[in-house]
Write a new protein. Structure first.
Lengths: 260, 263
């Protein structure tokens, strides 16, 4: 365990040092993040300006969902995208061999060996929206803390799904865009799940668990989540995480390297 | 001369068609990743069930299906390809050929539309099963102008992105510009809602930009929503012309600046 922490520390120090060479990218990331945020709020506003409200979600409550979504987007951009989208390249070029030879878990190596600070603006702006909307709603400080466990569980679920999709590259090699599909479906998380028709709700709860990623944490913060949802969130995260580990072991059996 | 061009076009199309078909599995995922309008279809459809928004649920369904189609047929990725060519230096051999490299990209995109078609039709079929009340037959007028505006929208999007791509001669990551542009595209083009639902000031502003003409305009024509046809065509032509002039200027300047990888 301690060894893993030390490795992690090293990975991230190197990654940040490397990324800081491109400082102008950071300015671009900040501006893009602001633009994206204005757009998302505008998208939500289009619904509420007509006097329509998502069932049981006031404007500020829906903003909390949007904040959680932005936060998750930032997390994905910082930790998931730079790592998991590269699995495809390792398989394609055969450099996965070197990863497999290292004396640590290959899943750990693939999932953590770099990070990109360009997701940070999204993380910050996500927090700002959550705190702003929470302030308007008069949320107690404890409410924000209560949001953390379901949020963490959501991130674990998201990571596992992403990793499983990335791992399919062992068979299909060029699946760079599978994660693109996942990403486009996750866009549904901008809005509370109650805003969708029944068929969509089933899809986004059981097939692509978007509901657990943004709606459930927001509901917890607002103090009205049911135990079943929280329990579901925990079970989902545990199952998906275990599945991702198992699936990776399974996939590796079919890995044949690039030249042989 | 024209005969020669025709032969070139035919060769390019068949070559790139064959090339794209090879990656058809990958194509399915690209088609699916354009599902963004379908998310908004669900939301607006649900919203229109209970509130009067000036659109019936069926109209929303039609509009967003048209948006989905418009998006499928106007997808452009030339900036990523071009950037790679410049950064890796593979542009150099292409410059030796007696034809402007842009045509390779252009016909690559056009050929890809044909490979995409079966998957898109499949999804449209699925949509008709889910929303049978929303099935509509476009009038000949809607068909004609819808298709014309779709083709123009594709050309305009291609031109604009190719103009951004020219910046790859000077900066390493030109696609950051495209990504920034894409943000505005997402929210002003009518992907998230028909422009009629926008606040007046925002709509008026948006109609002067090229964005709505890439999605909202062709989609509305296909569905038969009222749009200002002459104004749309003129705006598209003006932006297209502007992009074309800048593009050629940058291309000439860029080539002088370009030194090839390792040269």
């Amino acid at each position: 365990m301690k060894r893993y922490l030390r490795v992690l520390n090293l990975f991230w120090r190197v990654a940040i040092a490397a990324e800081l060479e491109y400082r102008i990218n950071f300015a671009v990331a900040v501006i893009s993040s602001i633009g994206g945020l204005v757009g998302s709020v505008f998208g939500l506003f289009l619904f509420y300006r007509t006097g329509y409200t998502f069932q049981g979600w006031s404007w500020y409550e829906a903003l909390v969902v949007l904040g959680v979504f932005t936060l998750l987007q930032g997390t994905a951009a910082t930790f998931l995208v730079p790592n998991l989208n590269k699995i495809v390249r390792y398989v394609q070029e055969g450099t996965l061999d070197f990863v497999l030879l290292k004396p640590i878990s290959s899943q750990f190596w693939l999932s953590t060996h770099t990070l990109s600070p360009w997701g940070l603006p999204d993380l910050v702006f996500g927090l700002i929206i959550i705190f702003y909307a929470g302030h308007q709603l008069g949320l107690a400080p404890l409410a924000y803390v209560a949001m953390l466990p379901p949020l963490a569980l959501g991130i674990v679920s998201l990571y596992s799904l992403w990793f499983i999709l990335g791992a399919t590259s062992i068979w299909f090699v060029k699946v760079y865009n599978v994660t693109e599909v996942l990403r486009s479906l996750l866009e549904a998380g901008r809005f509370p799940i109650e805003g969708y028709p029944a068929a969509y709700r089933v899809f986004f709860t059981f097939i692509i668990p978007v509901a657990f990623l943004t709606t459930v944490p927001a509901q917890t913060a607002l103090g009205r989540s049911e135990t079943t949802w929280l329990l579901g969130s925990a079970i989902l995260a545990a199952v998906l995480f275990q599945l991702s580990k198992w699936f990776w072991q399974f996939a590796l059996r079919f890995y044949t390297s690039a030249s042989s | 001369m024209t005969l020669r061009s025709l032969r070139i076009v035919r060769t390019f199309l068949s070559v790139y068609y064959a090339y794209m078909v090879e990656y058809r599995a990958e194509l399915i995922f690209w088609v699916l990743s354009g599902s963004f309008p379908l998310i908004f279809l669900g939301l607006w459809n649900q919203a229109a069930q209970s509130n009067d928004l000036g659109f019936t649920p069926a109209q929303f369904a039609q509009y967003f299906l048209a948006v989905f189609l418009a998006r499928q047929f106007t997808v452009v990725w030339v900036i990523w390809d071009f950037e790679k060519e410049v950064v890796q230096g593979t542009l150099s051999p292409l410059l030796l050929q007696p034809i402007d490299p842009v045509w390779r990209h252009f016909f690559g995109h056009v050929a890809e539309r044909f490979t995409r078609l079966p998957f898109v039709l499949l999804l449209v079929g699925l949509f008709c099963l889910l929303y049978p009340e929303a099935i509509w037959i476009p009038t000949p007028y809607a068909c004609f102008w819808g298709i014309v505006s779709l083709i123009l929208a594709f050309c305009l999007r291609f031109l604009i992105q190719y103009t951004f791509a020219m910046l790859a001669f000077w900066v390493e990551r030109a696609n950051a510009i495209e990504q920034f542009w894409f943000l505005f595209y997402t929210f002003l083009s009518g992907l998230v809602a028909p422009l009629t639902l926008f606040p007046d000031a925002v709509r008026e502003f948006a109609l002067w930009t090229p964005f709505p003409y890439l999605i909202y305009f062709p989609a509305s024509l296909l569905v038969g929503l009222p749009v200002d046809l002459p104004r749309g065509l003129i705006t598209m032509a003006s932006w297209g012309l502007l992009a074309f002039i800048i593009n050629r200027k940058l291309w000439r300047l860029g080539l002088k600046h370009y030194s090839g990888m390792g040269a």
